[in-house]
Structure formats: structure tokens, C-alpha cells
Design a protein around this ligand. Structure first.
Ligand code: GBH
Length: 484
């Protein structure tokens, strides 16, 4: 990339931090909430590291005042959170007003503090009752989602402007139904492919209804993107491996949303699992309802090959993983370490990949559609999160965020319409299959006392947010993670 050293972000760039309901709220059976698929999954022996669950998590449900004050102390202009379907429609059907009231109070407190609420309707916690009826493999769940979206809008529509339908439908479909590392823990490729389509449909139906009712809302979808490079760009098999991963992770979602059609190669790759059979007249029109922004979650890049490697890397869960990809369109594809530095998740640190991704999205998808980009998640787990004399010296995380912010700033300088960045995460929390064993927060949480302590990365982030620019790189911090 070309050098751009002034470090400034565009005027009005939105600085925030993100969480998700099941990962922080706790209060799992209060005020009428019932089980979601994550409550059920966490009870399966071996499903979550150390038998952890989200019953208490960060107890955010009972600490709104403290946590909103924390956000203020970090100079956050926005807070990205998700609403829990299982609080709001505990059986998937009737509305529970007490569940909605929690988000109404949160919204008021945020607005009083001058913090923009950035609401996501689904971050993986389907009501168990709907899973019992087939979950995302059942088309009906998409219609239930649109009803749920409207019931949230009924109460918050007057105060919340930014609405995101789904967080990372790829994870819901494929980690939930194909690899089985996430709830509902199934390994059934046909169900995963059905879930893929029905999640897109859920997004589309909700988008249509919300748009019809509220012309002023900012509407979007958050996707996780995988930047996959062929291990050997000269090897046609490796090039095809990268094509398949790009199709299975990225284009299978972005193409229907922005172009109103599934890519031909992905339709062919997924044909054995029945994708075509789920698509009905009108579905793609709903799915391609115009949106205002695309949320981008970016964590890592990867190199892929079709030659079986000596070492397998672990990803979503602590359990031993199959060596080849469990994802239907990626049979026989392997991810191999390239020797780049890794986070505590084993994910290779590749900030340059974020710059490349943003350039590509702008060129191929969002630019032509006039859609804004936001980084809705970026961050890292590291194992240096001890509080010593009230301080957490997480230089690794600070360097990770700094390098990725530099990539975002460069993309903006190169003409990408990127409008904001949310750190993942506001605080350490329940990291899905890893439970509390992995810490992503820019604020440390002592789970025994629920004490919050901003880490060095959090204090630094607060300064960047205040100044709307990256400071001069201080000696050494982060220099070891810059790969471009
Ligand atoms: C996000 O998803 C979640 O939205 C958030 O809740 C979570 O806490 C956070 O990340 C940290 O994990 O090696 O082919 O299996 C994670 C997105 C996308 C990252 C897939 C790992 C592995 C690809 N994930 N990626 S693969």
C-alpha cells in the first residue's frame, strides 16, 4: 500500500466498542427470559471449555449504570450491542415486555450519555423453542425473525437509529450446523446450507418490514469475511482452494445481498446439499432489499491449499478439529500456518488483509450500491491480561488494534467509504466455545468480583477516539505485528 502518515480519520468517523447479549448479560432466567440454543449447548458436556456458560457472564444486565459510565470514560461515541430474542420472545412467539424494557433502559442511558446505540437483532442466541421446531434449517424461522424485529422496533424505533439484522450468518449456519463447534452443535451439511439461505431470508424479510415502516432508519447487516490467499499462487489447486473459501465464506452472503443472486460456482459447489431447493420466488428480491451500511467483522487472514499439511490449526473450539475444512463447499481445503505471528486463538495476524478486503468490498459490492462500510468487530485474544498494580499491560492487543486501525485509515485515504470502527470487545466476556478462557476485552473483567479495569489498549483507544487520529507510533508498541 502507499504510505499515508498523517494518521487522521475522516471527520465524523464513529468510534465504538461491541458486545453481544449472551456474551455479557448474564441474568439468564430473569424477567421472563427462557433458554436460547446457547444455554442448551453450554450444558452439553465438553461443548464449552471448562464447562463455562453465560448464566452470569459480565452481569451486564445488572450493571447498566456502571457500564455506560465505563463507555463514557473510554470516549466511545457508539455502543454496539445485541438484543436477546429469548428475552423478548422467550418461546419464539408472544412478546415479553419485561425483556424489551431492559433494552429500553439501556437505550435511554446511552442517549443520556451521548452514546449512539448500535443495535444488532441477532447475535447467535436463537430461542430454544424455535430450535426445537428445526431452527434455521426451518424456513419458518425466517418469518419469526421478521416478527421479532418488528416487536423490537415497536419499542425502540423512536430512539434507535442504527439497526443491524444479523451478526455473521456464516457462523450461525456453518459453525452451528456443519462443524458443530457452536450451538446447536449439529454436523449436518444439508441443514447448514438450508440455514444459510434461511438466515439470508430472515435478513431480507426483516429489512423489507423495517424499511416499510421507518424511512429514517439506518439499516445494515454484519458479515464476517475471510481473506484467503492460495498458499502457492502458481498452483492451480491452491488457487481453486482460495476460490472455494471465498465462495463459501464471503460471496455466498455478499452476492445475494448486493446483486440479488447466488454466485454460479457456489451454487454448483453447494448443489449436493440442496441449496437450490430452498430458494423460492421472491426470496432474492427480499434478500437484496437496499441497505445503508455493511458491517465488516475482520479478525485474520489465512493461506489455503489442497495438499494435506503436516499441522492442523484450531479455530472456533478447543476440541481437536478435523484437518480438512468441515464446510460443504470447501471439501479437501486446508488452512496452513504461514509463520505470521498469531493471537491466542491461533489466528494469523494480517492487518494488510483488512485494507485489501475494504478495497475489494468498495469496488465490487458497496461502492456501486452507495453503501457505507463500518468495521463492526476487530480485536484479539492474548494471554497477557493480568492486572498488576491496577494496570493491564496488553501491548500485544494495543499493537494489534493500532495496526488494523492503520489499515482502515489507509483504506479511507484510498477512497473507501468507511465510517466507523468498533473494537471487539468492550470487555472480556463469554467467548463461545472457549468460555472465559479467552479474553478479547479492551477492559479487563475479574469474574469473581465483576471488577472492570481498562487495559492499556483501552486507555490508548480512548485517546485515539478523542483525537480521531492515530498518534505517532510509540517505541516498539505493536511493531512486531505489522505485516505490510
Ligand atoms: C466473532 O466471530 C463474533 O462475532 C464474536 O461474538 C466473537 O466473540 C469474536 O468473533 C471472537 O471470536 O478457520 O475457517 O474456521 C468470529 C469470526 C470467523 C473468526 C471464522 C474465526 C475462522 C475461520 N470467526 N474464523 S476457519
Amino acid at each position: 500500500m502507499t504510505q499515508n502518515n498523517n494518521g487522521q480519520f475522516p471527520p465524523g468517523f464513529l468510534w465504538g466498542a461491541a458486545t453481544a447479549a449472551y456474551q455479557v448479560e448474564g441474568a439468564a432466567s430473569e424477567d421472563g427470559r427462557k433458554d436460547s440454543i446457547w444455554d442448551t449447548f453450554a450444558r452439553v458436556p465438553g461443548a464449552v471449555a471448562n464447562g463455562d456458560n453465560g448464566d452470569v457472564a459480565c452481569d451486564h444486565y445488572h450493571r447498566l449504570d456502571e457500564d455506560v459510565a465505563l463507555m463514557q470514560s473510554l470516549n466511545l461515541a457508539s455502543y454496539r450491542f445485541s438484543t436477546s430474542w429469548a428475552r423478548i420472545r422467550p418461546d419464539g412467539g408472544a412478546v415479553n415486555p419485561a425483556g424489551l424494557d431492559f433494552y429500553s433502559r439501556l437505550t435511554d442511558k446511552l442517549l443520556d450519555a451521548g452514546i449512539k446505540p448500535w443495535l444488532t437483532l441477532y447475535h447467535w442466541d436463537l430461542p430454544q423453542a424455535l430450535q426445537d421446531a428445526g431452527g434455521w434449517a426451518n424456513r419458518d424461522t425466517a418469518y419469526r425473525f421478521a416478527e421479532y424485529a418488528l416487536s423490537v422496533h415497536d419499542v425502540l424505533g423512536d430512539r434507535v437509529q442504527a439497526w443491524t439484522t444479523l451478526n455473521e450468518p456464516w457462523c450461525s449456519a456453518y459453525v452451528g450446523y456443519a462443524s458443530g463447534e457452536h450451538a446447536p452443535g449439529l454436523q449436518d451439511r444439508s441443514q447448514a446450507v438450508a440455514a444459510n439461505h434461511h438466515l439470508l431470508l430472515a435478513h431480507g424479510l426483516a429489512a423489507q418490514e423495517l424499511r416499510a415502516r421507518d424511512a429514517a432508519l439506518e439499516l445494515g447487516l454484519t458479515l464476517n469475511f475471510t481473506v484467503a490467499d492460495p498458499l502457492d499462487p502458481q498452483n492451480p489447486d491452491d488457487v481453486d482452494a482460495a476460490r472455494r473459501i471465498d465462495g463459501q465464506f464471503n460471496r455466498v452472503f455478499a452476492d445475494p445481498v448486493f446483486r440479488g443472486q447466488y454466485p454460479e460456482d457456489v451454487l454448483a459447489d453447494l448443489a449436493p446439499y440442496g441449496l437450490q431447493g430452498h430458494i423460492r420466488d421472491g426470496d432474492l428480491a427480499a434478500i437484496s432489499t437496499p441497505i445503508d451500511f455493511l458491517g465488516v467483522n475482520y479478525y485474520h487472514g489465512e493461506a489455503v491449499t489442497k495438499t494435506e499439511p503436516a499441522v492442523a490449526i484450531t479455530t472456533a473450539a478447543p476440541s481437536a478439529r478435523p484437518t480438512a475444512s468441515p464446510y460443504p463447499a470447501a471439501d479437501g481445503v486446508y488452512t496452513v500456518p504461514r509463520g505470521l505471528p498469531v493471537t491466542n486463538m491461533g489466528w494469523e495476524i494480517q492487518p494488510e488483509g483488512l485494507h485489501r478486503l475494504l478495497m475489494r468490498l468498495q469496488r465490487e459490492y458497496t461502492g456501486p450500491a452507495g453503501v457505507k462500510l463500518y468495521i463492526t468487530e476487530n480485536g484479539a485474544a492474548f494471554d497477557d491480561d493480568e492486572v498488576v498494580d491496577g494496570v493491564v499491560r496488553d501491548e500485544d492487543r494495543l499493537g494489534f488494534i493500532e495496526a488494523h486501525l492503520a489499515a482502515v485509515q489507509q483504506a479511507a485515504a484510498d477512497g473507501v467509504d468507511v465510517r466507523g470502527y468498533f473494537a471487539w470487545s468492550l470487555m472480556d466476556n463469554f467467548e463461545w466455545a472457549w468460555g472465559y478462557a479467552k479474553r478479547f476485552g479492551i477492559v479487563h473483567v475479574d469474574y469473581a468480583t465483576q471488577q472492570r479495569t481498562p487495559k492499556a489498549s483501552g486507555r490508548w483507544f480512548a485517546e485515539v477516539a478523542r483525537a480521531n487520529e492515530l498518534p505517532e507510533r510509540s517505541s516498539g508498541a505493536g511493531s512486531h505485528v505489522v505485516s505490510s
